[in-house]
Design a protein around this ligand. Structure first.
Ligand code: MG
Length: 346
């Protein structure tokens, strides 16, 4: 069906493909059938991941569980799922720790949880290196649901955590629109920070109303202005990773409706990509941006890299705050032009 609607690839949790209680023979048969389907349709598997949240064994988390048996089982399950992902040619391996959190801090020590998470990531990085796999990890944050609170709640938290790992170069992030919106954050800003850090290994596109449960709506279905700025950013910087839609059709749909949903995600991205090109080519918009961002030659020698001379010059320079503050920045006009462009009246 994905091939029919023109999708490029498919991603899966290990247990989306192979049931958690499958025998080795069942696993091999399912994987063989799946590979044949990939071959017949031309669909690829750019990313794979582990389900470490669905089974009751993970009720108190996987890598951060208080039970060493659960932590060890989670490592075993993940190594097996990594083997499966690599067998299907995945190059990115996503970690979303759906149960890595707590409802009460009485029973779990957050500092200990961090240490356990780090230990697990370091263990799995070494496993991938020893196998000689061409695989990178992408960590996906979410602030809560299905735990009261989930550790490493946002993409920014993940970026800080990655810097503490033994092989930070192997590990990046997989920001998801809905997850950052649940935290009330500006998704684009977080994606920009991840890009700036060289850590935008993957992205989960969907949509979400603010202050709601994890809605996983069709990409661009709710906040299409924010979706526009996101697509514009990804296209402008030349993000080369998969445009992955981690979303669900409305539960009201039949099979045709699910196809409408999948087509809609892709079509919306492509429409917004065209709108971004239109924005970049629009003379009035670009003239406003040039005016807003104009250099002030007098300031050039005072800004940029630090020097003793610059610091001394800056300390004695006289600024006319009132004159500077009087300048209007024309964001109202610019934002209205964006709205008109998106509405197709421009
Ligand atoms: Mg996701």
């Amino acid at each position: 069906m994905l091939a029919e609607v023109g999708a490029y690839g498919v991603n899966f949790h290990d247990n989306d493909l192979v049931p958690i209680d499958a025998t080795p023979a069942e696993r091999d048969r399912i994987v063989r059938d799946f590979k044949n389907a990939l071959k017949a349709t031309g669909i690829v598997v750019p990313m794979a991941t582990t389900n470490l949240f669905g089974d009751p064994v993970f009720k108190d988390g996987a890598f951060t569980s208080n039970d060493p048996k659960v932590r060890a089982y989670a490592l075993q399950k993940t190594m097996q799922a990594i083997d499966l992902g690599v067998e299907l040619d995945a190059k990115i391996y996503v970690f979303w720790g759906g149960r890595e959190g707590a409802e009460t801090d009485a029973g779990k020590n957050p500092l200990e949880a961090m240490k356990r998470m780090r230990e697990a990531m370091n263990f799995l990085c070494e496993y991938v290196r020893e196998q000689g796999y061409n695989l990178k990890f992408a960590l996906e944050a979410k602030p809560n649901e299905p735990r009261g609170d989930i550790y490493l709640a946002t993409t920014g938290h993940m970026l800080a955590f990655i810097a503490t790992l033994d092989h930070p170069e192997m590990v990046g992030v997989n920001p998801e629109v809905a997850h950052e919106h649940m935290a009330g954050l500006n998704f684009l800003h977080n994606v920009a920070q991840a890009w700036d850090a060289g850590k935008l290994f993957h992205i989960d596109l969907n949509d979400q109303n603010f202050a709601r449960y994890d809605q996983d709506f069709r990409f661009g279905s709710h906040n299409f202005k924010q979706a526009f700025f996101l697509v514009k950013f990804l296209e402008d910087v030349g993000y080369a990773g998969p445009r992955h839609f981690d979303a669900h059709a409305y539960r009201s749909e039949d099979v045709a409706g699910v196809k409408d949903f999948a087509t809609g995600c892709m079509r919306t991205y492509l429409i917004l990509k065209e709108k971004a090109a239109q924005f970049n080519a629009d003379k009035e918009i670009q003239a406003l941006l040039a005016e807003i961002n104009a250099e002030v030659p007098e300031m050039t020698p005072l800004l940029g890299k630090y020097s003793t001379q610059k610091a001394a010059a800056l300390k004695t320079h006289t600024f006319d705050r009132e004159i500077i503050a009087k300048r209007g920045l024309k964001y109202e006009r610019l934002d209205q032009l964006v709205f008109e462009l998106l509405m197709g009246v421009r």
